[in-house]
Structure formats: C-alpha cells, structure tokens
Design a protein around this ligand. Structure first.
Ligand SMILES: NC(=O)c1ccc[n+]([C@@H]2O[C@H](COP(=O)([O-])OP(=O)(O)OC[C@H]3O[C@@H](n4cnc5c(N)ncnc54)[C@H](OP(=O)(O)O)[C@@H]3O)[C@@H](O)[C@H]2O)c1
Length: 282
C-alpha cells in the first residue's frame, strides 16, 4: 500500500481528507495546543481534530493561523474538524453554537463539522442544522461521531445529506467490523478516535511482539493498522517526540498475516465514556 504523510481519501461529496490527523482532546487551550500544532505541522500533519467541548478551539485556531504565517501555508492546505456538543442540539442553538465555534477558531469555514454524540432527543434536529450549515457553505463536509448502525439507519431515513464521516472509538482491541462494513456500504468513512487506546495497551505483550518484528513502536503499529484498513486516524499527543513518532508510519507495511493477527486482538475494549452497546453514558 503506497501511503505517505500527504495521503488523503475522498469523502462521498468529493472533499479530500488527510488520513492522518492530530487529535487535541485534553490538550489545554493556549500555548500547549499552539505548540502541539506547530510541531505537528513541521512533522507534516495537515489535519486537526477539535470539538467545542474540548475548550481549545481558540488555541487550535491560533496554532493554524501561526502555521499559515510561519510556513506559508494556505488555508486550503489545512483540514480542520470541530464538533457540536449535545447541549446545543436544538436546531437554532446548533446554528448559534456553530457560529461561536467559527469565531473561536477564527476561521471562515471548517472542513468537517460533526455531531459529537447521538443525543437521543434532538439528534435529528441537530442533523438538519448541520445540513443547513453545509448548504450555506460554512462546513465543507458534515458527519457524525459515536453513531452505531441503528443511529445511522435512523439518520439516513430522513437525511438530505449523507454523513461523510463517522468518528468512533476503534482499535484492534475494539474492531468494529460490522460497523465498518455498514459504513463502507453506505459510503461513509470511518475515523478512529482513541487509536492508541489512550495508552492503555501500548505495553501489551502480543502487540509488542508485532512492533519488534517491524522495528517500530506499539503506537506506530496501532496507527498503521488503521491506515491499512483505509480508516482516518487522529492520535493525540501534546509531546513533540510523540507527535513525530506517530507520523513515522509510512516507511513500512504490515503484512496481511499481521493485519489479521491484529484484527484478532478484539476484546470489545471500550475506553471512552459512551457505551454503544447500552446506548448510554457509562
Ligand atoms: N468523537 C469523540 O467522542 C472522541 C472521543 C475521544 C477522542 N476523540 C478524538 O480522538 C483523539 C485521539 O483520542 P484520545 O486522545 O482519546 O486518545 P489516544 O490518541 O488513543 O491516546 C492519547 C494518549 O496516548 C499518549 N501518546 C500519544 N502518542 C504516544 C506515543 N507515541 N507513545 C506513547 N504514548 C503516546 C498521549 O500522551 P502524550 O500527550 O503525553 O503524548 C495520550 O495520553 C482525541 O484527542 C480527540 O481529538 C474523539
């Protein structure tokens, strides 16, 4: 598979998204996130994932502005995702929340706007608001997060615009094969969050054995596994050495045998706060 740091995939509306992005959850606003973006840009990342609830849209916007000035990058060379939090899922509130996000980010548009969680009461209204934002040209693409098959089926029943992306927790330890197949069949791209299991499985013996074989770190193996599944991946780090390490994943290929081995690590390990099997917060 011929992938590099500039590799992008096409979403169902023709917009291209870089396969590798930097996650920014729990990176503090201000200098911490501004520095993380600077290091990421120098390492070649062009895709950044934030959310209103992370409280760092301002710093993410500042980091992007600095990168554009210091590295002479154009806005269209950078891909920015943010997400609508559930407290603003009513239609009018959603439109206002989006405007606040744009203002915090100091941008004229975002590349991807996501519904953060399938909040039961207003999620369909919230999707209508995202459709309006998309039709108004303020988000180049719209999508969802933490949606499982029944949420997607409900949404597709009423939607005018098909989501481009579904961002979910996904690792070899939580290999959502059925959801992956469903999304592929509906031309919705999967994007993996918490791809490093938030660090929990980085010392797992069987993963370490795979990493030793390729002379790579366990974090690099986990990220590469997503890429070879054609899944967008957004590892988070606020440390320069980790940001660089997580981008050095384009000089090796996991064999088919090792991809199958990694797939077999599945143990339904949900680390996040949402339990999709119960359809509620943990
Ligand atoms: N849509 C959603 O509901 C949702 C939920 C969760 C996450 N997300 C998105 O997905 C992104 C990634 O997920 P995540 O932040 O939950 O977890 P993650 O990327 O799986 O793991 C992040 C943790 O791994 C550490 N780390 C990073 N690179 C490392 C390396 N090379 N070696 C060792 N440790 C390393 C980080 O610490 P250091 O910072 O110290 O390197 C941090 O503690 C988030 O930042 C966010 O943008 C979305």
């Amino acid at each position: 598979m011929d992938l590099n740091i500039n590799s992008k995939i096409k979403l169902n509306n023709g917009v291209e998204i870089p396969l590798l992005g930097l996650g920014t959850w729990e990176i503090s606003d201000g200098n911490t996130v501004v520095n993380a973006i600077r290091w990421a840009i120098s390492a070649g990342y062009r895709h950044f994932d934030t959310a209103t609830i992370y409280g760092n849209e301002k710093g993410v916007g500042q980091g992007i502005k600095n990168a554009m000035q210091e590295c002479d990058l154009k806005r269209e060379e950078i891909f920015v995702t943010t997400k609508l939090w559930i407290s603003s899922f009513q239609y009018d509130k959603a439109l206002k929340a989006f405007e606040r996000s744009l203002k915090s980010l100091n941008l004229d548009y975002v590349d991807l706007y996501l519904l953060h969680w399938p909040e039961p009461t207003h999620r369909q209204d919230a999707w209508k608001a995202l459709e309006k934002i998309y039709k108004d040209g303020k988000a180049r693409s719209i999508g969802v997060s933490n949606y499982y098959q029944h949420h997607l089926e409900e949404l597709l029943n009423e939607a005018d615009v098909i989501p481009t992306v579904n961002q979910v927790e996904l690792t070899p330890y939580l290999y959502l094969k059925d959801l992956k197949d469903f999304c592929e069949n509906h031309d919705i791209r999967l994007e993996a969050y918490s791809p490093l299991t938030k660090g929990r499985k980085l010392d797992d013996k069987k993963l370490m054995e795979v990493a030793q074989k390729y002379n790579k770190t366990t974090a690099q193996i986990l990220i590469r596994w997503d890429l070879q599944h054609n899944i967008i991946v957004i590892p988070k780090s606020s440390k320069e050495e980790h940001i660089i390490e997580n981008s050095q994943i384009f000089d090796f290929t996991l064999s088919e045998e090792d991809m199958s081995l990694l797939n077999s690590f599945d143990e339904k390990l949900y680390i996040g706060m949402w339990n999709p099997t119960l359809d509620r917060w943990k």
